[in-house]
Design a protein around this ligand. Structure first.
Ligand code: DC
Length: 221
């Protein structure tokens, strides 16, 4: 197979829940003039679609069929990335804690990963994008021009999530337990577990501000 011809780069940012991928990729996309592709949103949308269709998050074959037919698109609105499923804006509905866990559950199934990775590749094929997720540098675009692995201490990641949810946040202990559970589930699953891609730049954001992280990334770019 010949190498793809891309005139614009593909940048990948992988890392665990709460490592800052979303905020950092938003700023990086703005500063570098790239489109942001939130791959986690595709798994969240799958979890939501399954819940609505009465399909269990454990049923790989049925989830695979559901994902293969998922009508999903990203739309930029006022600098924000909106997630549109079958014409409906589901951006808020997929952001609740339950769908985070659901996304982690459905993402274990190879049938789901196959369908959603194909979708993500189609969306990013032309380049000029920054993808954020768990396997964007290892599986989705292993030939990406620049790859990052963003990390932070678990307690700091849980605190960020806790603050992000504001008054809707569950008790901090629950948020921390959820983060730790997802860490284990996402990095020990059989298919495309979370790990650092070959050639990726490791950034530990535990004691860094968002701007410091983005500055470091811009320098690499
Ligand atoms: O980044 P996030 O919290 O929106 O991701 C939700 C879940 O989706 C995460 O726990 C694991 C799964 N996921 C994945 O398996 N691969 C990706 N590239 C992105 C997310």
């Amino acid at each position: 197979m010949s190498a793809p011809v891309r005139t614009r780069p593909i940048v990948t940012i992988d890392g665990p829940a709460g490592s800052g991928k979303t905020t950092v990729s938003k700023r990086l996309a703005e500063r570098a003039g790239l489109l942001r592709l939130d791959t986690g949103a595709t798994y969240r949308a799958c979890a939501l679609a399954a819940r609505r269709a009465g399909i269990s998050w454990d049923d790989g074959p049925k989830l695979g069929t559901l994902c293969a037919g998922l009508d999903l698109a990203f739309r930029r609105e006022g600098g924000e990335l909106r997630v549109i499923m079958a014409g409906e804006d589901v951006s808020a509905a997929i952001r609740v804690p339950d769908m985070g866990m659901g996304a982690s559950d459905v993402s274990r199934h190879p049938q789901v990963r196959e369908a959603l990775v194909a979708l993500q590749r189609r969306m990013g094929a032309d380049g000029g994008v920054v993808l954020e997720g768990r396997d964007t540098g290892t599986v989705v675009f292993p030939d990406a021009e620049v790859k990052f692995f963003l990390d932070a201490a678990a307690a700091v990641r849980a605190r960020r999530r806790f603050l992000e949810w504001k008054s809707e946040a569950p008790p901090f202990e629950d948020v921390l337990r959820d983060v730790l559970r997802r860490d284990i589930q996402d990095s020990t699953r059989d298919h495309s577990p979370l790990r650092m891609a070959e050639g990726a730049v490791y950034i530990d954001s535990t004691t860094m501000t968002i701007d410091e992280v983005v500055d470091a990334m811009m320098e690499m770019l």
